[in-house]
Design a protein around this ligand. Structure first.
Ligand SMILES: Nc1nc2c(ncn2[C@@H]2O[C@H](COP(=O)(O)OP(=O)(O)OP(=O)(O)O)[C@@H](O)[C@H]2O)c(=O)[nH]1
Ligand SMILES: [Mg+2]
Length: 337
């Protein structure tokens, strides 16, 4: 894959954010300087503030240029997918693959839920060194259990997609977590969007579809939205993105076959943002579909354990989107993007 240049809008947004942060800080310091009667310093800070404001204007200008001149071209490349029933596999049945890590309490009901759906041909569970009886609970409900010994959400998802793509009798794969936060009933919604894109990605942004109590705090909810908009700016014209943290997605296997060699499984809790960014870089089309989000069964171990953890994951996602994903993985396993 040719690494595509970052969209001008993304640079613009970064400059706007830096300019606003600098001018805010300069204003605060100038007030403090005036309070201590350090007028010369206050004057210099105000000049700096003016400079920072010019940076904000420059950044906004870059976003405008991208919107007017470059985004329409990226949009034009999407046009064929906008027409319904484009290139749709004749058989809509899917292989569902669930990630699981010490999810003994939830994996049984999750497998049962998905296995009962009319579109589901089989359920695979990728179990990631669980110390409880996750594997037994999954196979008791009829799932095929695969053990991934390399630890981590990224490793687990990567293995899940790799195994699902190998199934010869399904042309589409549904990736989901086995923690009961996502439900099989939403498969019908994802399938309804499948004619429009290579990947239909679930979004938890619709307030009315979220259970009243979930692990997703207000901070995480808006944080996901913010990073989604950054991803949108980075690929301006290629899609609308409101959530970068949803595992639940429906993918055409033809798209996964192109995408998998470019993913780095060592990227851990940020893997979903890495997945979306890389797919868009490869020219794959992604459409979001609102899905329901439920309270977790069992204990959270991922990015949603606390706001502080989610903040760290978010910062790493932003770094990946703005600067590329290479710096975000130790590189023991293989070279990533
Ligand atoms: N955190 C974590 N999750 C893993 C790992 N391996 C597999 N997983 C699975 O990846 C999914 C994400 O972890 P969760 O604990 O659900 O974290 P989350 O989705 O951020 O948060 P909630 O679902 O809201 O609790 C789950 O299905 C886990 O079972 C791992 O090493 N670490
Ligand atoms: Mg979860």
């Amino acid at each position: 894959m040719k690494p595509s240049s970052r969209a001008l809008a993304l640079y613009g947004a970064t400059i706007v954010a830096a300019g606003l942060a600098c001018s805010g800080l300069a204003a605060l310091l100038a007030v403090a300087a005036l309070a201590f009667e350090a007028r010369a310093l206050a004057g210099r800070l105000l000049l700096f503030l003016l400079g920072a404001n010019w940076a904000v204007i420059l950044g906004a200008g870059l976003i405008g240029i991208d919107m007017v001149f470059f985004a329409p071209r990226r949009r034009a490349a999407l046009a064929p997918k906008a027409s319904p029933l484009h290139d749709l596999p004749q058989d809509l049945s899917v292989t569902v693959v669930l990630t699981a890590y010490n999810d003994e309490l939830s994996i049984g009901p999750a497998v049962r839920d998905f296995a009962a759906h009319r579109l589901v041909r089989r359920v695979l569970v990728v179990e990631n060194n669980s110390v409880d009886r996750t594997g037994e609970a999954a196979s008791r409900e009829g799932a095929t259990v695969i053990r991934e010994t390399r630890q981590g959400y990224g490793e687990c998802v990567f293995r899940a997609l790799t195994e699902a793509v190998r199934q010869p009798d399904t042309a589409m794969t549904v990736l989901c977590e086995g923690d009961m936060t996502f439900r099989a009933a939403d498969l019908d919604k994802l399938a309804a969007y499948s004619p429009h894109a290579d990947i239909v990605n679930g979004t938890r942004i619709v307030e009315q579809l979220r259970a009243q109590r979930t692990q997703l705090t207000t901070f995480m909810y808006y944080g996901n939205f913010f990073v989604g908009k950054l991803l949108e700016l980075r690929h301006l014209g290629k899609g609308t993105f409101t959530d970068v943290g949803t595992t639940y997605k429906l993918c055409r296997n033809s798209a996964l076959e192109r995408l998998l060699p470019h993913l780095n499984p060592e990227i851990n809790l940020e893997f979903n943002a890495h997945f979306l960014d890389t797919a868009l870089q490869l020219g794959l089309s992604i459409v979001e579909c609102p899905i329901t989000f439920h309270n977790r069964v069992g204990v959270s171990k991922g990015g949603n354990t606390s706001d502080w953890r989610a903040f760290q994951v978010g910062v790493r996602m932003i770094a990946g989107i703005v600067f590329g994903w290479r710096g975000l993985a130790p590189g023991r396993r293989k070279e990533g993007l």
